[in-house]
Design a protein around this ligand. Structure first.
Ligand SMILES: [Zn+2]
Length: 138
């Protein structure tokens, strides 16, 4: 059972410096690495998903810098399943930096036609920094 006791961190040895953390798959709250359930929403913190799946999930992270790092990593790994999620991220108009990072990542997947299609769409994005990244592909 995971009562409130299990979620508390007191009683653990006080270690200075950063402890590894992980984000809740449901609400993106930051949790301790060894927590079983999310401190905020009680969702189980599953560990079964592989690294690529977690990177794709991180594209939707509320922290833009985390999402951008994930996009860069997916581009470096050329994760095939990342093209459509990156395409959705590239179409976002609320955060042009995030969208531009997705476009930059999509360029790594060329000449895949799905990546090319998203890049063509990004050339009509309202933000100039996104269009500039898309134009760099041609
Ligand atoms: Zn949560």
């Amino acid at each position: 059972m995971n009562g409130p006791q299990a979620k508390r961190s007191e009683g653990r040895r006080g270690v200075r410096g950063e402890r590894p953390t992980r984000f809740c798959p449901a609400c993106y709250a930051m949790n301790e690495w060894d927590a079983d359930v999310c401190l905020r929403c009680d969702a189980p913190l599953e560990t079964s998903r592989d690294f690529d799946a977690r990177l794709v999930w991180a594209l939707g992270h509320p922290d833009g810098a985390t999402a951008i790092r994930a996009a860069d990593a997916l581009a470096a790994r050329r994760t095939p399943g990342a093209i459509e999620p990156l395409g959705r991220m590239a179409a976002r108009i609320d955060d042009p930096y995030r969208a531009a990072a997705a476009v930059r990542a999509l360029r790594a997947f060329l000449p895949d036609p799905r990546a090319a299609a998203h890049l063509a769409e990004a050339r009509r994005h309202p933000s100039v920094i996104v269009r500039r990244e898309a134009d760099a592909a041609s």
